[in-house]
Design a protein around this ligand. Structure first.
Ligand code: GDG
Length: 457
């Protein structure tokens, strides 16, 4: 009895070597970082879109110690445009994050979304063996559970929605609200990160489908789907170990020596949901209010390029870079600049060294399904402080973080002042309590327990 994971993004992407071979390099992103260890543990099949080198249909992964088979779907340019950039990232992503004004509800993009979901479902049914457990992931593939169910009525199917589930008034702006819900309800078990998302999802089922619901259950067309809040965890032990490795400690020291001041850190995909401009403006306000902090604190912002084909992401990049220039231009003096802006992904060791070097971690999304960066920093930091948006799903579990409203620059600037001056003992005590909870529910247990729950009716 194996596991079949189905997701849009693949866990490793092929990079050409000089000798003509391919290196399979881990993809950057929350979902794949979470599921690769889970599937390495369970063994089975991962079905995903093969973006680069689409001619490679199948590969055993990880490259040097194969544990599972990656089956890669080849999508045409038109499919990528309409299914991925068009419907997933211009309709479902902004809608779920409450950015209705950024949505584009395009009927032909929707048709392609349906068609591509069907291709993923068909590939899953082909890979399926009696007794397998199927786990479908995220908003790009919401129709897949129903499509598989029609072909395999008896299969155990789970679905996890990794992004926020919005309140019903927002969800109802989607012209295909009924179809999307019906698609998800093909699963036996539907997981989300918070209880609020679960409540909103059930409310949507009642309102749009007129389905019956009770505690954690939706009844629809003679079937029952359980809906549960299961916030994802991280590989805490691995992060703890990596962050105290001598070479990573050295790298953290090097970062501290280079920056020479206290370090505020931001690490995000460059996405309008992550609140990067608002964070930069709050830092500007902080420096205005606290002239004594000039020359003593630096914001290091790692912005990982993302979805550059979508207009609003290109505009965001221009806005962020404009702000960095303006704020640096305004405050720079005697060799100190307030913001160091890194526009690229960094390696995992370098990322962890930054977590380790930071005095204050700024995780201030305007809306976020959960946010793994907040948890990773908590696992890696020795005595840093975490500032966390109340609109990140992780805020439910991370009460000891300094919680802020990212829409309020004054409040964020105040939290910066508190964090930068927090007594060492208090920072350590907060981290300790947060870390205990990370251990109690880590990535392995999240994945194992979810798979177990799919299997247990
Ligand atoms: C979606 C939901 C939910 C980032 N920069 C680098 C790098 N990363 C890694 C982090 C972390 C992951 O990417 C980002 O995860 P997040 O959770 O912050 O955000 P999304 O990518 O938007 O993920 C989110 C998640 O799914 C899981 O359910 O939490 O709400 O939006 O693991 O470490 N990794 C490396 N270099 C970087 O520069 N190596």
């Amino acid at each position: 009895m194996g596991l079949i994971v189905v997701s849009n993004r693949e866990p490793y992407a092929p990079h050409s070597r000089e000798d003509g071979g391919l290196d399979w390099v881990p993809s950057i992103g929350g979902l794949t970082a979470a599921l690769d260890p889970a599937l390495q543990h369970a063994g089975g099949t991962w079905i995903a879109w093969g973006e680069a080198h689409p001619d490679v249909a199948e590969v055993q992964l990880p490259q040097h110690d194969p544990r599972y088979c990656l089956q890669r779907l080849r999508l045409s340019d038109a499919e990528v445009r309409d299914f991925y950039h068009g419907f997933s990232n211009r309709a479902l992503w902004p809608m779920s994050h409450y950015f209705i004004e950024r949505t584009r509800y395009d009927a032909s993009a929707w048709q392609t979304y349906v068609a591509v979901n069907r291709r993923f479902a068909e590939a899953t049914v082909t890979a399926y063996r009696e007794g397998d457990t199927i786990w479908v992931h995220d908003y790009q593939l919401a129709l897949v559970p129903r499509m598989i169910r029609e072909m395999l009525p008896g299969a155990s199917i789970g679905f996890f929605w990794h992004i926020p589930w919005p309140s019903t008034e927002v969800f109802r702006t989607l012209p295909w609200d009924r179809e999307l819900l019906d698609g998800m309800l093909g699963a036996d078990l539907i997981g989300m990160h918070t209880h609020d998302y679960v409540r909103y999802f059930q409310a949507a089922c009642r309102r749009a489908l007129d389905a019956d619901t009770d505690e954690g259950t939706v009844y629809w067309q003679g079937r029952t789907s359980r809906v549960v809040a299961r916030p994802i965890g991280i590989e805490v032990d691995a992060y703890e170990e990596l962050s105290s490795r001598p070479d990573v400690e050295d790298e953290a020291d090097r970062i501290r020596r280079t920056v020479q001041t206290q370090i505020l850190l931001g690490v995000d995909r460059l996405d309008y949901t992550k609140g990067i401009p608002e964070r930069l403006e709050a830092f500007d306000a902080y420096l205005d209010r606290h002239p004594e902090a000039r020359g003593k604190v630096t914001l290091v912002q790692i912005a990982v390029p993302s979805r550059e084909q979508v207009d609003s992401y290109r505009q965001l990049r221009a806005r962020v870079e404009g702000l960095v220039g303006r704020i640096n231009g305004k405050h720079t003096h005697s060799g100190w600049s307030p913001i160091q802006y890194i526009y690229r992904g960094v390696g995992r060791e370098e990322l962890v060294a930054h977590y380790r070097a930071a005095d204050v971690m700024l995780v201030t999304p305007l809306r976020d399904g959960l946010n793994l960066v907040a948890k990773e920093f908590t696992a890696c930091s020795r005595d840093g402080a975490l500032i966390l948006s109340r609109f990140a799903g992780a805020a439910d579990e991370m009460r000891e973080a300094l919680q802020v409203n990212p829409y309020n620059p004054g409040g964020l600037a105040e939290a910066l002042q508190v964090a930068l001056n927090m007594p060492l003992e208090e920072k350590k005590a907060r981290l300790h309590r947060l870390r205990e909870r990370l251990h109690a529910s880590d990535l392995r247990s999240w994945a194992d327990e979810f798979v177990e729950e799919i299997r247990t009716p």
